[in-house]
Ligand binder design. Structure first.
Ligand code: CIR
Length: 278
């Protein structure tokens, strides 16, 4: 069965406020035509191997394009995000409506608990485990509730660098139990927890250059890995493990602090056991 991804066309995308360091100096500096071209290229590329579904763009919520932050999907359950910043809280009803209308059971966290969906909560592709980034957007106190809502073990990871404010900016579980990640974005205890779960042969640590090019912000579907840009060295590492790297420039979205993964939300997140990849 082909994967399904939710995207939102960038008709109303712009940098209109600053809530992460990538947005600084970029207010009103996004080129709308270029953003549309880049978004269409990503959607078409993913569309070659998966189904792309869309949520209607809306005025006044420019970051709605970053559908990864809508919430967290597992099976037919959808845990709606509670955005930390008021600028993004206006997106919540749009996402709640879409998921309700598309047959998901929409679960909500208490209002004081900030949680930014699949920006910070990523399912491992090999183990029944949910990795949860906290420290910038998602509050550490979400851990027990996510465990209860989704009946899954949650492994918290402390993010320590402002530029890597969401887990999906620096951490990408891949099929076959591989993990592409940027170790410097995590505190020492979190790096040790990652090492305890993922054997060294399955860990792909990216260098600064790739991390700052948002290489970890990748969409994985089967053996395909879609991302903004990767160095030859990283492409080689991924190819060695059987992945096909598809690069497509997303500079306009990086001005807002997002890239390929942030622009998508996988809708068919299955319970385990997952498909095994040789
Ligand atoms: N990292 C993501 O999952 N999404 C990118 C979100 C960008 C948006 N401007 C934000 O700061 O929330």
């Amino acid at each position: 069965m082909a994967d399904r991804f939710l995207m939102c066309a960038p008709h109303h995308f712009e940098v209109a406020y600053v809530i992460n360091p990538w947005m600084e100096g970029n207010i009103a500096r996004c080129r709308s035509d270029a953003a549309t071209t880049q978004w269409n290229a990503l959607a078409a590329m993913i569309g070659e191997v998966a189904h792309v579904e869309t949520i209607a763009p809306a005025a006044g919520v420019p970051d709605l394009v970053f559908t990864a932050n809508a919430g967290l999907v597992l099976g037919d359950r959808f845990v709606l995000s509670r955005f930390r910043h008021p600028e993004r809280q206006k997106e919540e009803p749009h996402f709640a409506r879409w998921f309700d209308e598309h047959g998901f059971k929409v679960l909500t966290l208490p209002p004081e608990m900030s949680f930014e969906g699949a920006g910070d909560a990523l399912l491992d592709r090999q183990r029944p485990l949910l990795w949860m980034g906290h420290g910038h957007r998602t509050h550490a106190s979400c851990e027990p509730l996510l465990e209860q809502f989704l009946d899954i073990e949650v492994e918290p990871l402390q993010l320590v660098n402002d530029r890597f404010y969401h887990l999906d900016t620096c951490f990408c579980p891949l099929e076959g139990g591989y993990l592409m990640y940027y170790p410097a974005a995590f505190d020492a205890a979190s790096q040790a927890r990652i090492a305890a779960h993922v054997p060294v042969a399955r860990r792909i640590a990216v260098a600064d250059e790739d991390a700052f090019d948002f290489a970890c912000n990748a969409v994985n579907s089967g053996r395909n890995v879609f991302l903004n840009r990767a160095s030859d060295a990283l492409v080689g590492e991924l190819q060695l493990r059987g992945f096909v790297v598809r690069q497509t420039g997303l500079s306009e979205f990086m001005k807002a602090g997002g890239s390929a993964k942030c622009l998508t939300l996988k809708l068919n997140e299955e319970r385990w056991p997952l498909r095994q990849v040789a």
